[in-house]
Design a protein around this ligand. Structure first.
Ligand code: ADP
Ligand code: MG
Length: 315
């Protein structure tokens, strides 16, 4: 059965994701011409948007529920990378047609993550066209406390929040039935860690395109360089088992879509990282921030130039 726009909107309004409209941050939630958010005086509103396009970011192999989950996860990951707390999101759906099972599966997938992070679906738009999902996430952070890409300092240690490479490996082997696709389809946005790094990390980014590319964004914005220790990069266990050490390292370095956090920490805050590791045991020190013009990978006693090889549109 196909659904008309308003029938779909009614379905959305009954979904789990809109329950969180009861949040004190939501003055006017879904259903009016616009939503209105309450932002306390001492906080900034943090906004991030991401678009997923059929055949560019995903294909028919992903289930609708997984697609829905991921469309929200990538947005929450951006909010996490600012050290902010997500509060709400909007959802723009363009689709050739809307079927009831498609809409129900979508709302189920998105609601699972919305509930977990207590983010409210506060509105959106529904239009006809090639399948495209644009989500915008809204978060809050204490004024002046957002963690930016541009504040890394020479001498900072460099960290990542978890194992890398598995999502890219899944993508490459998506046709093999034995591959567990969770890493690619259900990335876990590192919201709690992002928030905990407020006042500790100098600079931060989430890993969407790949470590070699995303770290470069921090270095460029901060006008610094880095040396990464290959042996310290946490490589996802399933790919360590199946690939040669060299191949596994390539996936961890250049593969995208892990949605872990990459951040820099000054020497005087390293003790706080040790404390955080009790709650977030997968934090790994992978190198050091250096003077600009230097972007290197150290492996044993070899040091080689590192280049950004992650995904780029229009490339
Ligand atoms: P308008 O014509 O004023 O833009 P719409 O009829 O498009 O309003 O939307 C009615 C309500 O439903 C609004 O609150 C809008 O934010 C919400 N809405 C529409 N499409 C979506 C969607 N895909 N996801 C979430 N909310 C939606
Ligand atoms: Mg509209």
């Amino acid at each position: 059965m196909s659904l008309k726009e308003f029938a779909f909107i009614d379905l959305i309004k009954q979904s789990q994701a809109t329950l969180n409209n009861a949040s004190p941050y939501i003055d006017i939630g879904i259903g009016d011409d616009a939503a209105a958010l309450n932002i306390p005086n001492n906080q900034s509103l943090v906004v991030s948007t991401d678009t997923l396009v059929d055949q560019v970011h995903f294909d028919q192999r992903i289930s609708i529920a997984d697609l829905a989950y991921k469309s929200l996860a990538v947005n929450l990951s951006d909010i996490a990378a600012m050290g902010a707390t997500p509060i709400a999101f909007t959802l723009n759906i363009t689709a050739p047609a809307l079927s009831l099972p498609w809409c129900e599966a979508y709302l189920k997938g998105v609601s699972a993550l919305a509930e977990k992070h207590q983010v409210a679906l506060i509105g959106g738009d529904t239009t006809k066209g090639p399948l495209t999902l644009t989500l915008t996430a809204y978060g809050v952070v204490e004024k002046g406390k957002a963690i930016q890409r541009s504040q890394a300092k020479v001498g900072d240690r460099l960290f990542v929040s978890g194992h890398l490479g598995e999502a890219a490996f899944c993508l490459k082997h998506a046709d093999k039935p034995a591959i567990n696709m969770t890493a690619l389809y259900r990335p876990e946005p590192q919201v709690a860690l992002g928030r905990a790094l407020q006042g500790i990390a100098n600079a931060m980014i989430d890993l969407s395109d790949g470590l070699s590319s995303d770290l470069k964004h921090i270095l460029h914005a901060s006008q610094v360089g880095a040396i990464v220790n290959a042996d310290d990069i946490p490589i996802a266990k399933p790919i360590q088992k199946t690939l040669s050490a060299h191949e596994a390292l390539q996936f961890a370095l250049h593969g995208g879509e892990d949605y872990q956090l990459c951040f820099t920490v000054p020497a005087e805050k390293l003790a706080q990282i040790e404390t955080l590791k009790k709650t977030f045991p997968d934090i790994y020190d992978i190198g050091e921030v250096t003077e600009a013009q230097n972007y290197h990978l150290k492996q044993g006693n070899q040091t080689i130039a590192l280049s950004a090889q992650g995904y780029q549109h229009f490339n």
